[in-house]
Design a protein. Structure first.
Length: 171
């Protein structure tokens, strides 16, 4: 369920998406609140789950992972146990840096980094032995658009419903 966001919440979220390393004092200055009120707002946004985590975004190639791939995976079996085994294997492999379960022609879309082809082969073999039946790899050549900020806007205020006027009521 979506959380109601006002103008200040949106300003804070946009600022944190641009630079999550901003101090609370900088954020307070940007939104025109006291540091205490700003800290309270950011905490509320974390507690409600709007902010999942604040972290550094690394460049995989600069960090020693020149191979960056997307892997689609279909499961050999579609029962709860098979899904759980495969999900657990995805979570256990540190080279899989993102994974989503999808509907459509495939079951999973994985983002994988590897130091070399042997590292990638280890990941693919591990997935295949845990229920992955059709693994298709796509080598990432270039980033066309980096992960971007959410297009945030304040929540629309609740619209007031006019009262039903029955017979004999006047305005």
């Amino acid at each position: 369920m979506a959380v109601d966001l006002d103008e200040i919440d949106v300003q804070l979220l946009i600022s944190l998406q641009e630079d999550a390393d901003r101090t609370n004092v900088e954020l307070a200055r940007l939104v025109g609140l006291s540091p205490a009120a700003t800290l309270h707002r950011v905490r509320r946004l974390k507690e409600t789950g709007v902010i999942r985590v604040i972290r550094a975004e690394l460049d995989p190639a600069a960090a020693g992972f020149p191979l960056q791939l997307y892997v689609t995976a279909a499961l050999a079996r579609h029962d709860p146990r098979s899904s759980r085994v495969f999900d657990d294997q995805i979570r256990a492999l540190p080279q899989i840096i993102a994974a989503v379960n999808v509907a459509g022609e495939t079951d999973y879309l994985l983002t994988v980094v590897a130091r070399d082809v042997a590292d990638l082969q280890t990941v693919l073999a591990s997935l295949a032995t845990r229920g992955g039946s059709r693994l298709v790899t796509y080598l990432r050549l270039a980033e066309v658009k980096p992960p971007s900020r959410l297009p945030l806007a304040p929540s629309a205020p609740a619209r007031r419903q006019p009262r039903n006027r029955g017979l004999g009521e006047t305005s």
